[in-house]
Design a binder for this molecule. Sequence first.
Ligand SMILES: Nc1ncnc2c1ncn2[C@@H]1O[C@H](COP(=O)(O)OP(=O)(O)OP(=O)(O)O)[C@@H](O)[C@H]1O
Length: 336
Amino acid sequence: MSDAFLTLDDLTLRYGRTVAVDRLNFGLKAGELVALLGPSGCGKTTTMRAIAGLMKPAGGRIVLDGRDITHVAPNRRGVGLVFQSYALFPHLTVYENVAFGLRLARVPAADLKRRVEAALVSVGLAAFAGRQPRELSGGQQQRVALARSIVVEPKLLLLDEPLSNLDARLRLEMRSELSRLQRDLGITMVYVTHDQAEALALADRIIVMRDGLIEQTGTPEEIYERPVSAFVARFIGFENTFELTDGKLAGRLDPGFDAGGAAALAWRPQAVVLGEGPHRGQVIGASYLGQMVEYLLSTPLGEIKAEAPASAPRHAMGTGIAFDLPQHSAVALQRA
Ligand SMILES: Nc1ncnc2c1ncn2[C@@H]1O[C@H](COP(=O)(O)OP(=O)(O)OP(=O)(O)O)[C@@H](O)[C@H]1O
């Protein structure tokens, strides 16, 4: 990609004999937020470590803003990091934590003060400058870590599960704060997560990784609406994914059902129709989710997850139930 701001070119990363990332290629445009999404162990953190310079590639190149940084020292890359475990200095105030990088870079006092204050305002912590980290909530500490990274104006900001130790409400709050920061400051960001909702909400583009390789790249809409494989589909919430044999779903598809040459078909739990249809199953699980009830059915096709509004009549455990997997709501997957 010629207009790329960050390019990973055939990047291969190893731990001894273990290949963690295998000839990875991707490009990020300036100002773009790209999410690396994938299950535990697929190579997300390893990729980030290599971009930050904390790990030597076994092969390939990393180019940032036209400069080959593959062998450049971490502190000379212009890359900022916010890792989940990236602790603040406990004995320094919020202000001094944020000022730390600027002091190292010998930024003049007046400039330093202006920049630290602006960074604290941008994360909503101007009133907390004099506090110590232990006097802050987890979310506020995460925001200090973010301010500390953006204040040095990195060319590229790497965020590795930066919200993972926050509760649900704070995660949402920080998510919109990150979006706003990215828009306002125009920083190019790589965001690692295994949380599909976070990736969909934040990213301009999502890269789904599997075993050290890229499985699919696309906008949130493309990934969510047109997953290319059963792996991606399962990962983004198509719980009911069935591989096909000779275009048939375990030989039980209705006559006339046209799978269109797909390798697998997938239905979201909300797409399963309960109480009517040609298939039968038995309720083996029911979880109340507030607005919805999630049912687990044992069926001749395997286990099926279905969701129904909580206001609809409930189906008791152990009862037999008819259901339908409507063709119009199936997503056809080209690969298993
Ligand atoms: N220090 C290490 N020594 C040996 N192998 C490692 C080391 N760190 C990671 N690996 C292996 O490299 C692969 C990629 O790991 P990595 O930490 O990049 O995955 P991840 O996608 O970030 O996972 P998670 O979401 O759990 O953090 C895994 O197979 C892992 O077991």
